[in-house]
Design a protein around this ligand. Structure first.
Ligand SMILES: [Zn+2]
Length: 310
């Protein structure tokens, strides 16, 4: 469906968009974060549910993720200009989920960079992901179209202005191959982990390879940094969110396999109570149901043994 028409339909039952209230927090010298809400997409939150950020390098600003809409991206760009006179010189997209890249239109003059798998995923799924966000978020999406990153990120160390940056190709959250870009500012000791790490919020798994993700978190727990910016949830000054994400995924994986082995019906399984330590996470029940909906059927299928012909 045409996006303008989709928007007209959604606006029949929603309020006009209000301005995003974006005020960045300086989490280390020259490193700033816009913290999203710990919620699902709604009209009220206008899709502002993920963390984005930027680094003032002395040779220009690099932006990490651009949020859920063109309007968010423009608000972000304006907030950056309030902090520094340095121009934005590059935008890095951590992965192909719509709350992280749909603000790309606000940076038309700037190279937009992502891992090759992310570029392919946005080319393939960008329109569908955008249409879906129009349905869930409504008016705030006005004028938003997916912009495919035009430059491939190459994992390595780089000197940018007064910073040493390391680009890390990770896997697990958005796919089995390296499709999650993490950026480590070695000078400031800050890791932008994208959605490889969630903090006080249940992880989302629609494109996840859970085993690869757990292995990635194992490796990440060895990485040296002082400040951790997760894709969702508060900034941390320790490695705890890595352990929190890994503990949840290990539990989810084992819990799914045990239920499949026991032949538990999917509806019954979805409605089981969550352990307290996971029930306390933001959007826990919703994410658990989503995870069961797409991770459980393949496990159920795998247990069915074909009958031999007589
Ligand atoms: Zn994601």
């Amino acid at each position: 469906m045409n996006r303008a028409l989709l928007l007209c339909l959604t606006m029949l039952w929603t309020l006009p968009a209000t301005a995003y209230e974006l005020s960045p927090e300086e989490v280390a010298p020259g490193v700033w974060v816009f913290e999203g809400r710990q919620e699902h997409f709604t009209r009220e939150n206008q899709g502002d549910i993920a963390n984005t950020g930027f680094i003032v390098t002395g040779a220009g600003v690099i932006v990490i993720d651009t949020g859920p809409s063109a309007r968010y991206g423009r608000a972000m760009h304006a907030a950056i200009r309030d902090v520094t006179r340095e121009p934005v010189i590059a935008v890095y997209i951590t992965h192909a989920h719509p709350d992280h890249f749909l603000g790309n239109q606000a940076f038309p003059e700037v190279p937009i960079v992502a891992l090759p798998a992310t570029i392919e995923a946005i080319k393939r799924d960008g329109d569908a992901l955008t249409d879906n966000l129009y349905r869930m978020v409504g008016a705030a999406m006005e004028g938003t179209d997916p912009v495919v990153p035009g430059h491939e990120a190459i994992p390595n160390r780089y000197k940018v202005g007064d910073r040493e940056l390391k680009f890390i190709a990770a896997a697990g959250h958005s796919g089995k191959v390296a499709s999650d870009l993490m950026i480590l500012d070695r000078t400031a000791g800050v890791l932008f982990a994208g959605d490889v790490v969630f903090h006080d919020r249940a992880p989302t798994t629609p494109h996840a390879d859970v085993s690869a993700w757990i292995a990635q978190l194992d490796a990440l727990s060895e990485l040296d940094f002082r400040v951790l910016v997760p894709g969702h949830g508060p900034v941390a000054r320790n490695h705890d969110p890595i352990e929190q994400t890994r503990t949840y995924l290990r539990w989810l994986d084992a819990h799914l396999r045990e239920a499949a082995d026991a032949g538990v019906h999917i509806v019954e399984f979805m409605n089981q109570p969550l352990p307290d330590r996971f029930a306390a996470l933001a959007v826990a029940r919703e994410e658990y149901k989503r995870s069961v909906a797409h991770l459980y059927p393949p496990l159920e299928q795998a247990r069915l043994q074909p009958l031999e012909r007589p």
